[in-house]
Design a protein around this ligand. Structure first.
Ligand SMILES: CC(C)(COP(=O)(O)OP(=O)(O)OC[C@H]1O[C@@H](n2cnc3c(N)ncnc32)[C@H](O)[C@@H]1OP(=O)(O)O)[C@@H](O)C(=O)NCCC(=O)NCCS
Length: 208
């Protein structure tokens, strides 16, 4: 079974590193920009477009989502990453969980299809991580947290115990969400923010 990374951006290089740390050498990177075919990123060649991957039988390949996001105050910026995952998952393609060898994942934590746990991240007991979630470098998801599908917990962010994060939420780098706080779907938490109370769906929590 060969492994293909979708989208040749900066996040793809982080994904490739995580795969290499587990002894998996991706066979190829695919990018919708056909002008990039022939380039290499992270030591892996861009061999074709997304459409070329869709010509391969779904049971002959495993995929990794290499698309990152750029959040703004009013938009978590995660729709592209979600659309890429949904496009291929709907056709039966598999996105295995990827956890960097240096990540710590509790034995009873649950991780959905395509969840990515990057270098140095820690996921503690009874945490439930949804599909296509990105728990980025050195982020911490404490015990009993729930992280909705397609969310991004950015580098160094900390979700304290029992926090609940909705779908497609962006938790900014080094933010801290305090015990039991709920963050509604699509909300954005600024880098470095300390979130003490619930955030509405589509809402914003910044540095006060
Ligand atoms: C909060 C954040 C999303 C704002 O991005 P943005 O919308 O592009 O920011 P802008 O500079 O255009 O500011 C838009 C508004 O939000 C306000 N704002 C920006 N950062 C803020 C913060 N940290 N706290 C409170 N308000 C903030 C600005 O003052 C501005 O308000 P105004 O319209 O009244 O002037 C961004 O600063 C951030 O923290 N991004 C997360 C980065 C991250 O986690 N990266 C991980 C990559 S792996």
């Amino acid at each position: 079974m060969s492994f293909i990374v979708l989208c040749a951006g900066g996040h793809a290089r982080v994904v490739i590193e995580a795969l290499l740390s587990c002894g998996i050498h991706p066979a190829a990177v695919a990018d919708r920009n056909v002008a990039r075919i022939g380039e290499a990123i992270g030591g892996v060649k861009i061999t074709g477009s997304d459409d070329d991957v869709l010509k391969m039988a779904a049971d002959t390949v495993e995929l990794a989502n290499g698309l990152g996001n750029r959040a703004s105050r009013s938009d978590s910026g995660l729709s592209g990453r979600r659309a890429l995952f949904d496009r291929f998952a709907a056709q039966g393609y598999k996105f295995p969980v990827i956890a960097h060898a240096s990540a710590v994942v509790a034995s009873d934590a649950q991780l959905g299809d395509g969840a990515q746990v990057m270098a140095g991240a820690v996921i503690q007991p009874a945490a439930r991580i949804g599909r296509n979630v990105l728990v980025n470098t050195r982020a911490v998801v404490e015990h009993d947290c729930i992280v909705g599908d397609h969310a991004h917990v950015a580098p160094g962010a900390v979700l304290c115990g029992g926090v609940s994060i909705g779908e497609s939420v962006h938790i900014g780098a080094a933010a801290v969400v305090l015990v039991g706080v709920k963050v509604g779907a699509g909300a954005v938490v600024a880098a470095g923010a300390v979130v003490k109370k619930d955030v509405a769906a589509g809402g914003f929590a910044g540095n006060e």
